[in-house]
Design a protein around this ligand. Structure first.
Ligand code: ATP
Ligand code: MG
Length: 410
């Protein structure tokens, strides 16, 4: 279950028997003319993510979404799914009543009853109101004061406006008021599928799952490409990549995974080219084959998990040598990140434990003792001169197997 934004309380939203959720979106709010496009994409993504959880109803309301759960829909599961959908800023499980202060008082009583029944006794609290509907006959300050006084009278809890232990939220939307105990953090960013399509090069390591997830949080739809060296690498290493893809793809969405057998190409590189340039040669072939797949799939860019200077193939010189054969942009979301930050991200998104399982990647297959940290496009062209690059790439793409991977639901 996602943590509450209100770290000081230690309370969990499961204390509230809510059947409504208010969902605030993130950067969509900045999109002006395109706003409808982003909104309808997020709406579709949320619907798809919770479809299997029973008949809930989702609709736009005053620059946010209102989700009404049917009686059998499990709130905790819905919250867990919402916490993994790009584009959501915060969401709040709520109970609803009409937007007049008498009704709000009655609804607040039921929340207090639930809290007291569970033995929750905060030292202090604050009522925090937000009005989407400015036509109401009272201001947010009026609502805070009136409902705050009522809560104090019923419970004896002290009011504290700055950093209260318990925040009681009132969201006034149209003619309704939604009462909530938490504002739970979403992933933020833009809804997946709203900014185009990319091809993510996915190894079994720590970095590429994080780079793929980051680019999907920028709204890109993704397909995945993995190069394996079976039989030199195990079948288990391919399962590991499937597992990682399932964790990266948001719930309710699916993506294609291309499994490209790379061993024959590697063998030719190993026998015919200088060993110092081996890894850069692998990378150039990966880029060429990935571009051919991307074009077939209408993707507009490649995505890798490179981080500047992390390994020999990621020096500026070698990145340049790799990029010199590219015809589409290669996006590197991690290029300026520290390894510790990447690991933190991997832990947060749940890919870390899978990534560190000890399965070989194709690039560790006959790793040269001294990989070059510097190279030039000319050196690489000379090294590739005895290989039929075009034919090799065609064969790689033809030999790829294609799978559909669905985002994990739990
Ligand atoms: P990672 O943890 O993502 O494997 P890394 O730090 O080990 O990254 P490299 O092995 O040099 O770095 O790989 C750099 C990038 O090249 C990877 O992040 C990934 O995008 C791509 N890549 C490497 N190996 C493969 C592979 N077998 N299949 C697909 N992409 C790969
Ligand atoms: Mg790697």
């Amino acid at each position: 279950m996602p943590p509450s934004e209100n770290k000081t309380t230690g309370f969990s939203h499961s204390r509230l028997e809510a059947r409504h959720l208010l969902i605030n979106y993130d950067e969509i709010a900045l999109k002006g003319g395109n706003r409808r496009h982003f909104e309808s994409r997020l709406l579709k993504n949320i619907r798809a993510a919770i479809k299997d959880l029973g008949g809930s109803h989702l609709q736009p309301r005053f620059g946010r979404f209102l989700l009404r759960l049917s009686s059998e829909t499990p709130l905790d599961k819905v919250c867990e799914r919402l916490s993994r959908i790009p584009g959501i800023a915060v969401y709040s499980p709520c109970i609803s009543t009409s937007a007049d202060l008498d009704s709000v008082r009655v609804a607040m009583d039921s929340i207090i009853d639930q809290l007291l029944a569970r033995g929750e006794q905060p030292e202090n609290f604050a009522v925090v109101s937000r009005r989407a509907n400015k036509e109401l006959p009272f201001t947010s300050t009026d609502a805070n004061a009136t409902i705050g006084a009522h809560v104090q009278e019923r419970t004896g809890w002290k009011v504290r406006l700055k950093k209260p232990q318990l925040s009681l939220y009132l969201f006034f939307v149209n003619n309704d008021c939604f009462l909530a105990l938490d504002r739970l953090p979403g992933l933020g960013g833009l809804p997946t599928g709203s900014t185009g399509r990319v091809a993510c090069l996915l190894s079994g390591g720590i970095d590429s799952p994080v780079s793929s997830a980051r680019i999907m949080r920028r709204g890109a739809d993704a397909l995945f490409i993995h190069f394996h060296s079976y039989p030199h690498t195990s079948i288990a290493s391919q399962d590991k990549v499937r597992d990682l893809a399932e964790r990266i793809i948001p719930p309710g969405r699916s993506a294609r995974l291309y499994m490209v057998p790379f061993a024959d190409t590697q063998n030719r590189i190993i026998t015919e080219c200088p060993s110092r340039l081996r890894v850069i040669l692998y990378r150039r072939y990966m880029v060429r084959a990935a571009e051919a797949i991307a074009r077939k799939e209408d993707a507009q860019a490649l995505v890798t998990g490179d981080s500047l200077g992390q390994v020999a193939s990621q020096t500026l010189e070698n990145l340049h040598t790799i990029d010199s054969i590219a015809t589409m942009p290669i996006l590197r979301p991690l290029v300026g990140m520290h390894k510790a930050e990447i690991i933190e991200d991997a832990r947060r998104m749940g890919s870390f434990d899978t990534s560190i399982e000890p399965h070989d990647d194709c690039c560790s297959f006959l790793m040269p003792p001294k990989p070059a940290t510097r190279s030039t496009p000319e050196q690489l062209e000379a090294a590739e001169s005895s290989l039929d690059t075009e034919k090799e790439v065609l064969e790689l793409v033809e030999a790829a197997s294609i799978e559909t991977i669905r985002g994990r639901l739990d």
